[in-house]
Design a protein around this ligand. Sequence first.
Ligand code: FAD
Length: 391
Amino acid sequence: MAVEASKHMSNQRVVVVGAGIVGLSFAFSAAERGAQVTVFERHEAAVGASIRNFGMVWPIGQPAGQLHAIARAARERWGLLASQGACWLSPCGSVHAAHHDDEWAVLQEFAASAPGAGIPCRLLGPEETLQTAPGVKPEGLRGSLHSDSEACVNPRRAMAGLAAWLTTRRGIRIEFGRTVAGFDGGDAVVCGGERCPFDLAVVCGGADIDTIFPGLHASLGLRRCKLQMLKTVAQPGGWRLGPHVASGLTLRHYRSFEGCPSLATLRQRIAATKPELDRLGIHVMASQHDDGGVVLGDSHEYDADVDAFDKPLIDDLILRELREVIAIPDWTIASRWHGVYSKHPSRAWVEVEPIENVKVVTGLGGNGMSLSLGLAEHLMRSWTGAAHATA
Ligand SMILES: Cc1cc2nc3c(=O)[nH]c(=O)nc-3n(C[C@H](O)[C@H](O)[C@H](O)COP(=O)(O)OP(=O)(O)OC[C@H]3O[C@@H](n4cnc5c(N)ncnc54)[C@H](O)[C@@H]3O)c2cc1C
């Protein structure tokens, strides 16, 4: 049966390629509609961008309107999954801390219009910021923007927990260590020769969709982006960061702040005083996981600059900038890594159907943890024409 014509997915066979957050989100939404879902993941566990991120579920980074609504739906679904034991989640919220006048001006401009546009947030003065976010550095603090909507998951554990939960609680078959080589006449062809028939296939291969569709990534205008990250040891005495902390540099990064007139002044100051941050795409943020370690990042290098080896300079710059805005008890670094994601210069995601009933969904950039669970619902509704699935 053609997927487009169906009102629900009972008994439909859905194949998902990739057990990252995008793939598992589609698997979840399809299973809730009654589909028989098989996920193929070429590694023995998810090892891509979905386990390498901050674990920030970050609606505040999404502009008002459809994207913000998708992010809030995703946040709700993370909450539901956590409440059912799929993963740990902290409803920690977030602060954007301003340590410069231009940053504070951007936050004031944003706070003046955001709540009216459906983005709940409010300004905090320096004292209230420090009470709310004990990790923020007091020196030079002008104030902060506080939002309750954000949450933290521990991506390494969450992806494994989510896969296990979907298997046991939603009957989804997840085949780890199995690579999909291509599609042929209504079958997914798995390396080794097995064929898996499907009514709908969703390819969620992240930055690696070319393994199935050579050349597709570039032809869609997608770019690969590499980010360097660090994580501290568990903080002593159970110390907690509180909400996620983003510095003023981050205001250059997320689309929500693009309409703020003072952003240009902030950008000019960074370009003039710290051009290395623009060159390496550095803005800084921190989140703290259930294991007590604080995740620190990040940088953005594109395409030909996505190399195998990490740059100590980037780690040093990230730490330099973070030490200006947060104060944590123990800066000892326990691990360093990088992740690569796929990003479109102007679109929040890319969805195409290169073969009938084979959808490719990728290109969520730095927003996959924040959007995927909501995006899968959004796209499933448009593909099937069905009413909202109950969670
Ligand atoms: C360092 C870093 C920090 C980030 N921080 C955040 C954050 O805090 N909040 C946020 O919202 N987003 C964040 N992101 C973005 C987010 O992590 C990504 O948008 C998201 O993980 C992309 O998910 P994905 O499922 O598309 O890709 P991936 O997680 O890379 O998964 C793709 C999977 O497909 C599998 N695969 C590919 N081809 C095949 C095949 N042929 N057969 C079988 N399997 C295949 C791969 O093995 C892989 O497991 C961050 C990203 C990075 C790199």
